[in-house]
Design a protein around this ligand. Structure first.
Ligand code: 2HA
Ligand code: ZN
Length: 277
C-alpha cells in the first residue's frame, strides 16, 4: 500500500475534489487541514521522513501547546484544490508540530512548497478546537463559497443578521448550527489578525463567515465538515434568491423563531436564542 491509500489521505483528497466540483476553489482559492488521529498516524508512520534537506523546523511565531506533537495533513500554499488528487505530494503534505507547539516541519509531501497561506489560521483554529470546543473536531476547511460571499455584500458583519437569514432560509440549518455561524468583517487574507479572530470565533461556532472572502468550517470528520459548508452555502443561495424575488426586501416567510425553537427542542439541541434578538 502507498500512503495515498491511507484512509485519511483518500478522504482528504476526495474533499478537495468535492469542493472543486462545487465551484468553491477558483485558481488556488481555499485550503484544508486535518489533524491525524492515532490510527492514521500508525498507518502513515512508515512513509514519513523527519530529517534531511527540506525537513527543518520552521517557527510558528508563537507557542500553541494544545497542538504540540500533532501531525496535520494540509494543502500547499498556492496550490489549486483541483490538482490535489492529480499530484498529492506536490499539492498537499503532512507536517509535524514540535513538542513545545512553536514550530512545524515537513514530514511528507509539500514538494517544493509550504503549507497554505492560511496555515496560522488553521493551526490556531485546531488549537481552539482542542482547548475550547469539544476536542473531537479534526477538520478545518476554508472555501470561497460564492453565495456566502454574495450575501456578505448585502448583510452587515453581524451574527444576529446572518443567523436570522440562514436559519430562516431553510429548516436544516439550525439543526447543523444551533450555535449559529460566527461572522468576521473583511480582514487581510493570510494575516495574523484574521487567524487570531477566527480562532476566537471557532471556540463558539463550528463555522465562521469571512466577509467578502468565504467561509471557514470545522468538524469531527470530512463528511460533516463538508456537509456543514454545503448547508450554509445552500441556505445563503436560497436566501439570496428569495430576497431578489421579493424585490430585494427581506423575505416575508422565513422559518420563524417559534419554529426554530420547536426544531431544537425536538433534537435536544441547545440553541443560541440571543442571536434572534
Ligand atoms: O489559499 O484562499 O485565503 C488561498 C486562500 C487564501
Ligand atoms: Zn481564501
Amino acid at each position: 500500500m502507498g500512503i495515498e491509500q491511507a484512509n485519511c489521505m483518500r478522504r482528504f483528497i476526495r474533499m478537495c475534489d468535492d469542493g472543486w466540483v462545487e465551484g468553491w476553489h477558483e485558481s488556488n482559492g481555499g485550503n484544508l487541514s486535518y489533524r491525524l488521529d492515532e490510527e492514521d498516524i500508525r498507518v502513515v508512520m512508515p512513509y514519513l521522513k523527519v530529517s534531511g534537506e527540506g525537513h527543518d523546523w520552521v517557527g510558528i511565531g508563537r507557542k500553541e501547546p494544545d497542538i504540540a506533537n500533532a501531525l496535520f495533513l494540509v494543502t500547499a500554499a498556492g496550490s489549486p484544490m483541483r490538482k490535489v488528487s492529480i499530484d498529492p505530494t506536490l499539492n498537499c503534505g503532512i507536517v509535524e508540530i514540535d513538542a513545545s507547539g512553536s514550530a512545524w516541519r515537513r514530514v511528507w509531501g509539500l514538494r517544493n512548497a509550504r503549507p497554505t497561506s492560511e496555515f496560522l489560521g488553521h493551526l490556531l483554529a485546531h488549537a481552539a478546537l482542542i482547548r475550547d470546543a469539544d476536542g473531537d473536531s479534526r477538520v478545518v476547511y476554508h472555501a470561497h463559497c460564492q453565495n456566502v460571499i454574495a450575501l456578505s455584500l448585502i448583510l452587515n458583519a453581524s451574527e444576529a443578521e446572518w443567523n436570522r437569514a440562514l436559519w430562516g432560509a431553510m429548516t436544516e440549518v439550525v439543526m447543523l448550527t444551533p450555535q449559529g455561524v460566527g461572522v468576521l468583517p473583511w480582514m487581510l487574507p493570510g494575516g495574523r489578525e484574521l487567524a487570531e479572530q477566527t480562532a476566537l470565533k471557532i471556540a463558539k461556532h463550528a463555522a465562521v463567515v469571512w466577509s467578502q472572502h468565504g467561509l471557514i468550517a470545522t468538524g469531527p470528520d470530512f463528511d460533516e465538515t463538508f456537509g456543514l459548508t454545503h448547508t450554509i452555502e445552500k441556505a445563503a443561495s436560497i436566501y439570496l434568491k428569495a430576497r431578489a424575488a421579493n424585490g430585494g426586501r427581506v423575505p416575508d416567510h422565513l422559518v420563524a423563531p417559534a419554529q426554530l425553537r420547536e426544531v431544537c427542542d425536538a433534537i435536544g439541541a441547545s440553541f443560541n436564542e440571543d442571536l434572534l434578538q
